[in-house]
Design a protein around this ligand. Sequence first.
Ligand code: NAD
Ligand code: MG
Length: 391
Amino acid sequence: MTGVTILGSTGSIGLSTLDVIQHQGPRFNVVALTANTQVERLFQQCVQLEPEYAVMVDINAAQKLEDKIKKAGLSTEVKQGVEGLIEVSVLPQVEQVMAAIVGAAGLLPTLAAAEAGKRVLLANKEALVMSGQLFMDAVAKHNAVLLPIDSEHNAIFQCMPEDYYQGLNKCGVDRILLTASGGPFRDMPLEKLKDVTPDQACAHPNWDMGRKISVDSATMMNKGLELIEACWLFNTTADDINVVLHPQSVIHSMVSYVDGSVLAQMGMPDMRTPIAHAMSWPERMSSGVNALDVFEVATLDFQRPDYQRFPCLGLAEQAIRQGGTMPTILNAANEVAVQAFLDEKIAFPDIARVVDNVMEKTGSHTADTLDTILADDRSAREQAMNAIAEC
Ligand code: NAD
Ligand code: MG
């Protein structure tokens, strides 16, 4: 049996991962589950699976979970805090770590899993956006296996030649076509964007996801973060990646070769497919997802992205071109701004304004140590709070 830790087991990706594991029966052993504050949901998962460990980052929540677990007579040991997350990411009985925490909070345990040489199933794109080179160096140095869960990157990985990491131009790849649905506001008149509500922003036409990534999809910051993620995962630059609007979300991304071939990976918009792919790689296993009915899909549309409608996409491109800790700064400002939008403190178009303002006012540095990255993450968050106060 393959031992698995699921970081963020109560979230959208966490639940899809558990679904795939249950669908597979005894092939996987869930060693540890983690969540931030959702005691009841994590408790129910413990009742069902009785993992060795359950971690709650929030200390009060951890106490509550421990009381419930004792009362229920379960053998699960409760740990707490970021230390708890790190502990369960490096256990010797764990071979695979699903990194499905949302945002910068996932960086330390995900990096710890890489440093422990695990198979890292990366959904938490913000961790890689923040730490780029440092993360990729840790993967290489400790012989970890980094497999993308993000549907686009999983698709690109499936369409790449085996030796892609030596450089795309050395293995016949011309460019990456990163697809994007355009989210719920793709066709909304621009002047109406200032009035959209968090619930409207979170109602994604094709995917059912957590609230932060849903807002990121509506601003297309998600695609910006994914562009940065793709640069690191596939050892390339923004120049070799084109963002393509594809409203149906049937093609999950494409790789274009020098001979004129374009390879695409297609499937239902269901995260259980990339999750099953990465958990069983290099083999294939059933995920519980039905095969795509191409007759049902019938048409596939493609458009160029509109940078005026989606300024966050341009800001993310600017951040990766500037390099250093600028992607960390972009990510931190975006996390704070998205939370302020969800809390109804700022309007939807203010998200991009806040990120732009923070990128302008926060100095970036060479991103060669974790301390520098975390310090710039903190400065950007402070600057974002100031910018929000001025909105
Ligand atoms: P979600 O909000 O549904 O779940 C987030 C999980 O992280 C929860 O289990 C929560 O308890 C935990 N968490 C939140 N804050 C935390 C903190 N401070 N410390 C520790 N744990 C914390 O989010 P999601 O949609 O599952 O997304 C998770 C990650 O996967 C994100 O990085 C997202 O960009 C990425 N992703 C998601 C999808 C999707 O379809 N949902 C697709 C591609 C990539
Ligand atoms: Mg994606």
